[in-house]
Design a protein around this ligand. Structure first.
Ligand SMILES: Nc1ncnc2c1ncn2[C@@H]1O[C@H](COP(=O)(O)OP(=O)(O)OP(=O)(O)O)[C@@H](O)[C@H]1O
Ligand SMILES: Nc1ncnc2c1ncn2[C@@H]1O[C@H](COP(=O)(O)OP(=O)(O)OP(=O)(O)O)[C@@H](O)[C@H]1O
Ligand SMILES: [Mg+2]
Ligand SMILES: [Mg+2]
Lengths: 224, 224
């Protein structure tokens, strides 16, 4: 589970990306985050994923107070159980698709051969087994996004944080990605998805609405 | 006007991004390009924008055979009249939003002060006048996309090529961008938009469908 309590995130020059945000994501929950451009969605996800620290308030992940952990403690927490799909993919440039995905299980200490086997299986799940040897600049925008998704899920993490995972995808490819995330949720992972796709958002059992750095609504539609 | 005739674009290793593509975009036309991830849309747009060269066939822009031009000739053609919104934005990293947009009229030779005035006006049109001093890493995904759009339109080019211009935007911000592009079209520019957003595609007077590197359909719905 992940919990924010009275969290703010400000930047120099008076930008208040988040203010007074308190929320809880339960183990195994499927949650959407929606809101206008610049409202604070990615900032919220980065804090949940221990990739950023709050200006005020506290973040607890799996019971740990993230602020009290060392840098190493935070990376260990991430490596053990958080898969992240970045909004701008952040793939390693001169590295093949296979090795970009294998990086997702770097922390396991498994030998490279075993990690690449897991990576090849993840590439098959996103429909790109035949491009394992290509590097990011040799792939289309949507193909790169699917590599980023494969890297996030290859280690079967307990918490998956996905920032607009269908942003670069056509409807059919996007639906396949959402099916993949739903499958991981069904298997027990907590999945948090930022999306501006109305159809994707409508299909989620809970939707947190962010507006000007605050939580404007936390919608749990009945019996979806 | 822009014209492709028998165009193919292949990559080493047997990837056939485009094959046998012939099409024409008239001066002042508004056209959509749709198709699955990896089908060849960005490749097509890069060829139309003289940013890439075909493996076979010819590309003519405003009557010039692009293959017969020198590198300088091609950049002059681009600078004089083509505005490009890249799928991955490609903003200059340590440069302010204002100067990123001012780069869109670098070729005019106008003094920096004048270029920055034009850039400030373009930033206002995309709703980001208050972030002129921020650099790309200080802006959200959608804000960066809007900077990229402002840079493409700041010089009032005759041809605007936009690769998923609403991909990182919520519905309202996306609609504002489409209104901006429609306004430029109404003023006489030719506008070509790659999109996987069903609503955006449905509103365009012509839709070119790309599938596995070929034009599968060229839909000109009557009386839209
Ligand atoms: N440098 C390259 N080397 C090898 N293959 C490439 C290269 N650049 C592009 N491709 C391939 O060409 C095909 C078409 O790519 P393109 O970027 O045009 O697709 P797209 O329709 O824009 O897809 P998307 O919707 O995912 O952005 C893809 O299969 C892609 O992997
Ligand atoms: N380093 C920074 N310095 C200043 N402002 C920043 C910085 N990083 C983010 N911001 C601002 O914080 C606000 C929230 O950004 P965030 O990336 O969370 O938005 P978002 O909801 O994800 O938007 P989008 O839908 O466009 O991706 C924005 O106004 C953004 O410009
Ligand atoms: Mg974001
Ligand atoms: Mg593309």
């Amino acid at each position: 589970a992940a919990e924010l309590d009275g969290v703010a995130r400000h930047y120099p020059g008076g930008v208040r990306a988040l203010d007074g945000v308190s929320m809880r994501i339960g183990a195994g929950e499927l949650v959407g985050i929606v809101g206008p451009s610049g409202s604070g969605k990615s900032t919220l996800l980065n804090l949940l994923g221990t990739l950023d620290a709050p200006t005020e308030g506290s973040v607890r992940i799996a019971g740990h107070d993230v602020g009290a952990l060392s840098d190493n403690g935070r990376s260990a927490l991430r490596a053990q159980g958080i898969g992240f799909v970045f909004q701008q993919f952040h793939l390693a440039a001169n590295v093949t698709a296979l090795d970009n995905v294998a990086d997702g299980v770097l922390y396991t200490g498994l030998p490279v051969r075993r990690r690449r086997e897991q990576a090849a299986a993840a590439l098959r799940r996103v429909g790109l087994a035949d491009r394992a040897g290509h590097r990011p600049h040799e792939l289309s925008g949507g193909q790169q996004q699917r590599i980023a998704i494969a890297r996030a899920v290859v280690g079967d993490p307990a918490l998956i944080l996905a920032d607009e995972p269908t942003g670069a995808l056509d409807t059919a490819s996007g639906e396949a990605v959402i099916r993949l995330l739903r499958g991981l949720h069904a298997a027990g992972a907590a999945v948090v998805v930022i999306t501006h796709d109305r159809e994707v958002a409508a299909g989620l059992p809970r939707r947190i609405h962010v507006q000007d750095g605050r939580i404007a609504a936390d919608e749990r539609p009945a019996h979806t």
